[in-house]
Design a binder for this molecule. Structure first.
Ligand SMILES: NC(=O)c1ccc[n+]([C@@H]2O[C@H](COP(=O)([O-])OP(=O)(O)OC[C@H]3O[C@@H](n4cnc5c(N)ncnc54)[C@H](O)[C@@H]3O)[C@@H](O)[C@H]2O)c1
Length: 269
């Protein structure tokens, strides 16, 4: 296998446990020859198994709350010291909605929780990009990828405030991608991933049934976390150096399929 990330340095957020999409990205990035720092919220790391991943991938862990600019500054500064130079790729794999956790319907959202969700899951991307740009911490042609979901474009009632938050996340990728591209040739994209059985995914009400529904619609079936990791690696690599400011669907064709024969049969048509 050719190593697509040989010599590249990265920061990978969001690896909570073996099911996390970020976990698979870290494993693949390691296989492809990258060196990187793992990071997560300090509170998540006490519960998580991130130490095993760090050992397996020979990585250092630098805790950072993605809502805290001081933590992010420390993360980018120390990562460059640990890795021995500027960063080539960043994975933003961070999502959390208290409204979803508490099963609050969209029409009755708690606004403190809504603000928290926006800060953690979308504004954190802006904060990371702003800190990186200010510190000039990312190499030219570097690549930043954030994970998103199709509810940013079409309505999924159970996704409640995360739908709005993902729309903001995707907009930040475009807006910041413009400025970072013009000034430093840094690329910023979002990957819109299939439903995936992770802690964040499974926290959504009715997730299991919806997972099966999406699988029955998508001509290729749902894309796994491992497939998503492979796609992220390609976006971190030099093979995609002219791709920026895009929302890229990674969903087995789900988002452009109106209906499938499989679903029609379930209605006796
Ligand atoms: N699972 C799915 O169905 C699915 C589908 C499309 C997109 N996504 C997105 O993929 C990304 C990763 O989620 P996942 O499915 O791997 O679940 P996950 O629960 O494994 O990962 C979410 C991560 O966010 C981290 N996090 C939460 N608050 C944080 C904070 N304040 N600072 C730093 N990190 C914080 C958590 O600790 C966790 O590691 C999320 O953006 C999610 O919305 C998931």
């Amino acid at each position: 296998m050719s190593k697509l990330l040989e010599g590249k340095r990265g920061i990978i957020t969001g690896a909570l446990d073996q099911n996390s999409i970020a976990w698979k990205v870290a494993e693949k990035a390691h296989e492809h020859g990258a060196t990187f720092v793992l990071t997560n919220a300090p509170i998540a790391m006490r519960m998580g198994e991130i130490n095993a991943l760090a050992e397996k991938t020979n990585s250092k862990i630098i805790p950072a709350d993605a809502t805290n600019v001081d933590d992010i500054t420390k993360l980018f500064t120390e990562s460059q010291e640990v890795l021995g130079g500027k960063i080539d790729f960043v994975l933003h794999s961070i999502g959390m909605s208290v409204n979803i956790r508490k099963n609050i319907p969209y029409t009755e959202l708690n606004y403190d929780f809504y603000n928290k969700g926006i800060d953690v899951s979308a504004m954190s991307l802006h904060k990371m990009l702003a800190v990186a740009k200010q510190l000039d911490a990312i190499n030219e042609w570097g690549s930043v990828v954030a994970l998103t979901y199709a509810a940013a474009q079409r309505t999924y009632p159970f996704y409640t405030d995360m739908a709005d938050i993902k729309a903001l996340l995707e907009s930040i990728a475009r807006s910041f991608g413009y400025h970072y591209g013009v000034e430093k040739k840094v690329r910023v994209n979002t990957v819109s991933q299939s439903p995936t059985k992770t802690t964040a995914g499974s926290g959504i009400k009715g997730f299991g049934d919806f997972y099966d529904y999406a699988d029955a619609i998508a001509p290729l079936g749902n894309a796994s976390a491992e497939d998503c990791a492979n796609y992220c690696i390609s976006l971190f690599s030099d093979l995609t150096r002219m791709v920026t400011m895009q929302n890229l669907f990674h969903d087995g064709g789900y988002s452009t399929t109106g209906v499938s024969d499989d679903i029609m049969k379930k209605f006796g048509i």
